[in-house]
Write a protein that binds this ligand. Sequence first.
Ligand code: GLY
Ligand code: MN
Ligand code: MN
Length: 444
Amino acid sequence: MIHIPKSEYSRRRKALMAQMVPNSIAILPAAAVAIRNRDVEHVYRQDSDFQYLSGFPEPQAVIVLMPGRLHGEYILFCRERNAEREMWDGLRAGQEGAIRDFGADDAFPITDIDDILPGLIEGRDRVYSAMGSNPEFDRHLMDWINVIRSKAHLGAQPPNEFVALDHLLHDMRLYKSAAEVKVMREAARISAQAHIRAMQVSRVGLHEFSLEAELDYEFRKGGAKMPAYGSIVAAGRNSCILHYQQNDAVLKDGDLVLIDAGCEIDCYASDITRTWPVNGKYSAEQKAIYELVLASQEAAFAEIAPNKHWNQAHEATVRVITTGLVKLGLLQGDVDELIASEAYKAFYMHRAGHWLGMDVHDVGEYKVGGEWRVLEVGMALTVEPGIYISPDNQNVAKKWRGIGVRIEDDVVVTKTGCEILTKGVPKTVAEIEALMAAARAQAA
Ligand code: GLY
Ligand code: MN
Ligand code: MN
C-alpha cells in the first residue's frame, strides 16, 4: 500500500515547531467518535490536522508539541492497552506503541491528561490550538488554563497568548510534498478505475445506486477505506442538482449521467467528475454542451502554472463557456458584457475548482493580502467547470433543458505548469463512446 512514510510525519512536526515562537506549546485533539445511531458508530476518520502531524489513527488522543523541551518535544496522550477492549474493538498502540511506532518522545494515558497537561502548559508564554473547531476541546483547554491560574499565588505562570494554529498548519498543508503527491496519484488512479468501471456497466434501466456500487467496489478493492465525500451519481435532470446524493433514480434512455466521486487513500482525497450518456451515445445537444465544458477545462489547464494567480483558471472557464453559450444561442449579447453582468451564472454557478488534499475542499487561503494567491509548485487543486441547464429554464429551447455536464480533474502545480493526476479516465466524446461500445460488445 502506498502511504505517507513515518519520516515525513517527523519532518512536518519539526517544520511546524520551527515556526512556533520560543517557549510555546501546540495542542491538538484527535477527531471525536461520531455516533450513527444508538450504539453504532460512524466509520472513524482521523481529524486531518491531527493525522497530518502524527499519522496516529486512534480516537481519544491529544498531540502536544513543545519546541525546545529537553525531555522531548513531541508528547502523545492516547488510550492505554486493554485486553478486554482490544478483544471487542481492535488493537491499540498504547503508550509503548506511540513511542515505538509513531515517534512520540513521551506518551501518557489519555485518562491522565487533566493531571499532566496543566503542568506542561505552565510557564509557556503562548498556546497554539485549533480554536473554535472543537468546542468541547476548547472548554477542556480553558479548564487546564484555569487550573494554572488558580495556582498563580503559588508562583504558577499561566500563558497569556492564545493563537489559532490553523494559519501555520494550513499553509504547510497547502504545499504537497513528493510523498503526498505519490499518495494522491494513487487515490486518483483508483478513482479513475472506478469511473471507468461505472462507464462500462452503464445501462438503461439500472439505478443510480447500481453505478455507485461499482464505484465503491473499485474503491475498496484498491485499498481505500471510504470515498473522500458522498458520491454524486446524478442521471437526467438530477445532473443539474450540484450536490445531488439521493442516487436512487432509474437511468433512462437518452439521459446523461454525471458522476462526481473519488476515494481517499491514507487520508488524501481524489475528486473526479465525468458525464456520459447512459445508452453509450451522446445526443447532438449533449455533445455540444459536453465539448464546450471540455474546451473550457483545457483553457483552465493552460492557466495553471507557477506565478499565475488562483483566479486565472476560473476566468478562463468563464470566457470559454460564455462565448460558447452565445454561439449555441443559449445566451444572447456581447460576451464581455455577459461576463461583466455574470449572466453565465444561470448555467455555470460554481467556481472552477478548490484546493485538494487531506480534505476534499482542502485548507489554505485563496487570497493573501486581499489579492488572489499566486500558484506555486506543489499546490494541488481541482479543475471542474460545468454547465447546467435547468429543466425549468423557459428561456432556452426545450431540447436543451435538463442537460447537466461537469468535467473534473485533479492537478498539482509543477515547475512548468501542472500534472494532471486523473488522466486515467477517458474524457473526449470519442474516447468515452469507444470505451462504452467496447464494454457492450464484450457483454453481448
Ligand atoms: N465533490 C465536491 C466537489 O467537486 O467540489
Ligand atoms: Mn471538486
Ligand atoms: Mn467533485
